[in-house]
Ligand binder design. Sequence first.
Ligand SMILES: [Zn+2]
Length: 67
Amino acid sequence: MARRGRDPHWISVRHATKCANCKTEVKRGSRAFYYPNDRRMLCEGCGEPAAQEFAAAVFDEEHNLCL
Ligand SMILES: [Zn+2]
């Protein structure tokens, strides 16, 4: 699967930040799901379902199920 640069992905946060969804603090060094397009970060709890949804969307796209 070709990796697209602007796809959301998991990162380790370098500075403490807040989840864009639930406003929980995301501590330095913990995992966050990052959206490069709008520079949003989600905590692990919010990011997990979002990541699965994104993976499902990519799957649909690659199999032309959304057409
Ligand atoms: Zn959250």
